[in-house]
Write a protein that binds this ligand. Structure first.
Ligand SMILES: [Zn+2]
Length: 316
């Protein structure tokens, strides 16, 4: 049951059809046109900026290409060409099982849409996801890998079920302390994580606008908080929508590993910088993980039951 849905099958996948959409960037406020093309096996996820010299347009969605993490995750290539706010699209693609895709984009920021992954998941599902002839590999976590940046902390630990647990704490009374843990199986991502929107604070939004940032930000694409209330008339989609959105961000950032990760991510006060540091730590320690085919992964799941209690007690 655990790995029965097509997105977690043994073969690499791409989309069945071209996907096209338009929207505005959260930070630059510009209208951007997106066209997602099915791509050959082993292509990975690649952005193509069609508004620059064709020789400089390619930016691969890899942890190695993360150049800025202050407001969102920004990727860049050796020519200085960048694409920002990639995390929600990458979370949707990874969770729908899309391994290979060419993403043509007319500007330097992926549209924010409604601030969640739900519209993207709908577009991908409408297009369909098809298996390809080469095997998919997963990253199997062999031993805990951790990073700490002040009060921000993340650990990837062995687990027989892909799981993510996020702990957040904000002074704002609407958010407060929230902890959400999900097993990323079946439709859990689509139903429980994808609809969770990004969020911001009314006073900070004003400051960001004055600095020429978050120019596209509004209640149409974010949950806006003003002291102890939600400004959006429709309210929240989940009582703990904020922690759920952090899960979405973590999944998007971890998709930059360029393969599904089989482990348990526990993170406290996560952020884009911490997520990238975690991937860098993982790839720096080759003894901490294995690159396995899905056949090998299923074999491990059948044969080994990893005890999580031992390491969970260290971090909670
Ligand atoms: Zn986000």
């Amino acid at each position: 049951m655990v790995y029965s849905n097509p997105s977690t099958g043994a073969s690499q996948c791409t989309t069945n059809e071209i996907i096209h959409y338009v929207g505005i960037g959260l930070h630059n406020g510009h209208n951007v046109s997106m066209t997602l093309y099915p791509a050959a096996p082993n292509t990975g996820i690649c952005f193509l900026r069609n508004d620059v010299d064709p020789e400089h347009m390619l930016i691969r969605a890899s942890w190695k290409n993360v150049i800025d993490t202050r407001l969102c995750t920004v990727l860049g290539n050796e020519h200085g060409v960048t694409v920002g706010t990639v995390e929600h699209l990458l979370a949707a693609l990874r969770s729908c099982g899309v391994d290979n895709l060419l993403i043509e984009i007319s500007g330097d920021e992926v549209p924010i849409l409604d601030g969640s992954c739900a519209p993207l998941v709908d577009l991908i599902n409408q297009a369909g996801v098809v298996g390809q002839r080469l095997p998919r590999f997963g990253i199997w976590i062999e031993r805990p890998i951790e990073v700490r940046q002040g009060e921000h902390y993340a650990v990837l630990a062995p687990s027989d079920v892909p799981r993510i647990t996020v702990d957040i704490e904000f002074a704002n009374a609407v958010i407060g302390s929230q902890c959400v843990s999900v097993d990323l199986i079946d439709n859990v991502f689509t139903e429980e994580i994808a609809p969770a929107r990004t969020f911001g604070f009314a006073d900070e939004l004003q400051q960001l606008h004055e600095q020429g940032l978050a120019l596209g930000g509004s209640i149409r694409n974010a949950v806006l908080l003003d002291d102890d209330r939600v400004v959006n008339e429709e309210g929240l989609r989940f009582a703990d929508e904020f922690a759920r959105h952090k899960i979405l961000d973590c999944l998007g950032d971890l998709a930059l590993a360029e393969a599904p990760i089989f482990g348990h991510l526990y993170t406290r006060k996560p952020g884009h910088r911490l997520n990238n540091a975690l991937l860098r730590e993982m790839f720096a320690h080759e003894d901490a993980w294995s690159r396995l085919t899905y056949e090998e992964i299923n074999h491990r799941i059948g044969k080994e039951q990893v005890a999580e209690k031992s390491w969970m007690s260290e971090v909670t």
